[in-house]
Design a protein around this ligand. Structure first.
Ligand SMILES: [Zn+2]
Ligand SMILES: [Zn+2]
Length: 357
């Protein structure tokens, strides 16, 4: 794990402040924790800075601050390098280009090797803190869904029951506890409908298999949170059960009620992180809930074919689930259309994933 002071977004924010401070303060040392604490009012300025500085950088470019882009790609598993490599310089070199090529192909972007607009937009998109590429990835040969190294899963007899609990000391006040619990209940039931795993809320948080809490900044696991947007949440592969959400986000359960432009849908993030808790890593399929990013005010709670096939390869199918029943039970024609669209995306992404491998 990276030391907090190495975190890419922390340094990016610092650069943002340097960029906007009078010259005589520019030598001020980097602030200690919490790193990158963007707020609803600073997030737009930060994005402007980011585009202005890095747009269309390509191999051979020398751009002040580029080392922080290198740290970003390193953090999420794309930039790997030899011991003599200098991650602190601002030169757009071959390893960075290679990292960007992998990132673009993995996340379904146009593969240009440059920091083009779509790539920078993706880098700025709020996302899960779990790296996309593990040090020794266990990649399925023909599908998109990806497992953690060693393909860990909850090793209990099927059908199994997993319990979850909410940390009494690490809740947020902006939503009622009943609203929070309802969002998680829906998210767990989404996964339970396709695999023979049942989720129930534990009577005692201390004994729960899955422990859910909201945390700010550095919270002791080496993966600090970063204020508004940026990293939204992270969770750990089986059988850790740790599920952490960034307390600084404007969490929402109803966008009719929560009007903030930086609001993040709690149920969508819960569905994604539960996928990690069950053993899935990030999928390159944009329509999959296991895709690593989620836009502000976006709701994405339906499992795609890719998500379902991935999790069923770990736990088997819920006896009540069939793909055809998934389609038949959709009273909305639109949702069925989405699924077909996802299926074709899945096929397209298989080709991309094959070239990535
Ligand atoms: Zn994730
Ligand atoms: Zn954490």
């Amino acid at each position: 794990m990276l030391l907090p002071s190495n975190h890419p977004l922390y340094s990016l924010l610092f650069l943002f402040f340097l960029h906007n401070l009078p010259p005589y303060t520019a030598a001020r040392p980097a602030p200690e924790f919490p790193w990158k604490q963007l707020t609803e009012t600073t997030v737009n300025n930060y994005h402007h800075y980011f585009y202005n500085r890095f747009l269309n950088s390509r191999r051979g470019s020398h751009v002040s601050g580029l080392s922080e882009i290198k740290r970003y790609f390193h953090h999420f598993g794309y930039l790997t390098f030899e011991a003599h490599y200098n991650i602190s310089d601002d030169i757009f070199d071959a390893p960075l280009e290679s990292a960007i090529l992998h990132y673009q192909s993995k996340l379904g972007l146009q593969v240009t090797g440059k920091l083009d607009f779509d790539t920078l937009t993706q880098v700025l998109s709020p996302r899960c803190g779990v790296p996309d590429k593990q040090p020794s990835p266990t990649l399925h040969a023909t599908k998109n869904y990806v497992f953690f190294p060693g393909k860990p899963r909850w090793a209990r007899r099927i059908p199994m029951t997993l319990t979850y609990g909410f940390s009494p000391d690490n809740m947020i006040r902006s939503l009622s506890l009943s609203d929070i619990k309802e969002a998680f209940k829906l998210a767990f039931s989404t996964w339970a409908s396709v695999i023979p795993v049942n989720f129930v809320e534990a009577d005692d948080y201390g004994f729960a298999d899955i422990k859910i809490g909201f945390y700010s900044g550095d919270h002791g696991d080496g993966e600090p949170f970063d204020g508004v947007l940026g990293i939204l949440a992270h969770s750990f592969s089986p059988e850790s059960g740790k599920f952490h959400l960034d307390a600084a986000e404007t969490w929402a359960v109803d966008f009719e009620v929560e009007k903030s432009s930086v609001a993040v849908d709690l149920e969508s993030v819960a569905v994604h992180e539960i996928g990690h808790l069950l053993g899935l890593s990030h999928s390159p399929v944009k329509g999959a809930v296991m895709y690593p990013s989620l836009k502000p005010r976006e709701k994405k709670v339906e499992l795609s074919v890719d998500d379902i096939q991935g999790v069923q390869s770990l736990y088997g199918s819920n006896p009540n689930f069939t793909f055809s029943s998934l389609l038949e039970s959709d009273i909305s024609a639109n949702r069925a259309a989405d699924l077909r669209f996802e299926s074709s995306l899945w096929a397209i992404s298989m080709i991309l994933a094959a070239s990535f491998l």
